[in-house]
Design a protein around this ligand. Structure first.
Ligand SMILES: Nc1ncnc2c1ncn2[C@@H]1O[C@H](COP(=O)(O)OP(=O)(O)OP(=O)(O)O)[C@@H](O)[C@H]1O
Ligand SMILES: [Mg+2]
Length: 295
C-alpha cells in the first residue's frame, strides 16, 4: 500500500491558485522528488500533506491518516519548512530538547541528532549565534526528533557547504533505508538523481511523474561520426548523436571499446553517462508554459 496517496489537492490564497488538482502517490520507504519552478505550489502541497493548511478541494492519505489529520498525523509526520520557529536565546540543544519534549520524544534522541548532524560542538551556543548552515541542520534535526515515518523535506540542503550537503544527503538515504517515506522538494536536480526513485514535476498541478534511471549509460566520444553497426549485438540499446554514442552495455566496456577500435573508430573519450533529469525538467517546463500552467 502507498504511504502517501494524493488526489486532486487544490488550494488558493485570496483568489490566487497556489496548486490545482495535484495527484500522485508515494510508496513506503520511497524517496520521492517534488520539482517545479518557484511559486509552483510545492511548499503549499507539503504544508497540506503535513496538516498545516486545509485544502480547498481534493484529499490525501498520509501514513494511513486522511488530512488534515490532527495530532496523530503530526506524530507520524516530520516537516522541514522554511521557518522552523526556533527561539533565538535558547541554545541549539535547548531548542531541540524543547521540541523533543513537545513531541514526547525519547530524551537520548536529542544528543543522537546533534551528533548525526555534527552539531555537538555548537550545541550550547544560542540559536541566534549559529551560522545559516548550522541553523538549517538543526531544522532538519527538529523535523526528525520524533522519529516520524513520513518526512517532508523542503529544500533541505539550501545554504549548506559541500561537506554538510553530503552529510544531509547521506542522512536522507539512511532514513529511507530505515523505511521512512520521504518527499524531497529541491531545485538541485543532481540531488534528485542521486536520491530519488521517482520525481513529480509540478506547475500548479502535477505535469508528469518521472522515473529516475539508476543505471549509467556509457558515453563514447569519437573523433568523427561513425556507423557503430559492429557493436550493436554487444549493447542493450545504442543511440548515436553527432560524434557521440550512448550505449546500454551488454558486454564488458573494454570489449566494446576494442570492437569499435577494430572496426576503425577513433575514440576520444569513454565515460559513464546518466540520463539527465535536467533535459526532462526543461522540456516539462516548456510544456507547462505552453499549457499556461506556470505562475
Ligand atoms: N501563506 C500564503 N499566503 C498567500 N499566498 C501564498 C501563501 N503560501 C504560498 N502562497 C502563494 O502560493 C503560490 C505557491 O507558493 P509555494 O510556496 O507553494 O511555491 P513553491 O513551489 O514552494 O515555490 P519555491 O520554489 O519558490 O519555494 C505562490 O503564488 C505563493 O505566492
Ligand atoms: Mg517552496
Amino acid at each position: 500500500m502507498a504511504a502517501i496517496e494524493v488526489e486532486g489537492l487544490t488550494k488558493s490564497f485570496g483568489g490566487r491558485v497556489a496548486c490545482r488538482d495535484v495527484t500522485f502517490s508515494v510508496g513506503k520507504g520511497e524517496i520521492f522528488g517534488l520539482l517545479g519552478p518557484n511559486g509552483a505550489g510545492k511548499t503549499t502541497t507539503l504544508r497540506m500533506l503535513a496538516g498545516l493548511y486545509a485544502p480547498d478541494a481534493g484529499t490525501a492519505v498520509v501514513a494511513g491518516i486522511r488530512i488534515p489529520g490532527g495530532p496523530e498525523l503530526r506524530r507520524r509526520v516530520g516537516l522541514l519548512t522554511e521557518q522552523p520557529g526556533f527561539y533565538d536565546r535558547l541554545t541549539a540543544r535547548e531548542n531541540l530538547k524543547y521540541f523533543a519534549d513537545l513531541e514526547g520524544s525519547r530524551r537520548d534522541r536529542v544528543q543522537a541528532l546533534l551528533d548525526r548532524f555534527a552539531l555537538a560542538e555548537h550545541a550550547d551556543r544560542p540559536f541566534a549565534e549559529l551560522s545559516r548552515g548550522m541553523k538549517q541542520k538543526l531544522a532538519i534535526a527538529r523535523a526528525l526528533v520524533h522519529e516520524p515515518e513520513v518526512i517532508f523535506l523542503d529544500e533541505p540542503t539550501v545554504g549548506l557547504d559541500p561537506e554538510a550537503t553530503r552529510e544531509v544527503r547521506s542522512v536522507i538515504a539512511e532514513l529511507s533505508a530505515e523505511h521512512a517515506t520521504i518527499i524531497l522538494c529541491t531545485h538541485h536536480l543532481d540531488e534528485v538523481e542521486r536520491l530519488c526513485s521517482r520525481a513529480a514535476f509540478i506547475a500548479q498541478r502535477v505535469v508528469a511523474v518521472h522515473e529516475i534511471r539508476r543505471e549509467d549509460l556509457l558515453r563514447i566520444d569519437l573523433a568523427a561520426p561513425f556507423a557503430p553497426d559492429g557493436v550493436r549485438a554487444m549493447c542493450k540499446s545504442l543511440r548515436s548523436s553527432g560524434t557521440s554514442l550512448f550505449i546500454e552495455p551488454l558486454a564488458q566496456v573494454p570489449d566494446i571499446v576494442a570492437a569499435l577500435v577494430a572496426a576503425g573508430a577513433r575514440i576520444e573519450a569513454v565515460a559513464p553517462h546518466r540520463d539527465p533529469l535536467e533535459e526532462a525538467w526543461l522540456s516539462l517546463l516548456a510544456d507547462a508554459r505552453e499549457q499556461g500552467l506556470t505562475a
